[in-house]
Design a protein. Sequence first.
Length: 132
Amino acid sequence: LAWEYPEIMDTVNTLKDWAKIDPRIKLHHGFWNNQDMVTVFKQINGVICTYDINAYRYKSSGLIWMLAFFQKPLVISGECWLSREAGRLNVPLAIDKSLQLSSLLEVKAPNKLSEKYASSLYKSLSEWLLSH
């Protein structure tokens, strides 16, 4: 939870409520340094992403490549660039307009990425990740 804009506070509060009920849910507030980010991505089960699908209709996010690299699932609230890119990267994806936690828990394990596509994305990222 890096942002606490007024328009997303209902979602933020829902996530905080879930975290109080379920000890498997851990929320982080703020930004991660490089090592913390790698450590967290190795440990998480997946990501529930509250991005505004209209804002991300034609916009990218490094989050999807991190999820693909670490083979973690994504839950988003609708079709957008992230859902299209998840398909290309074989990132397990659930679309859930209400962002129910059950969707994340039901996502299946990822398939192996297309080597050609993955290598075009991960050449520098892989080297960076392996060095951390």
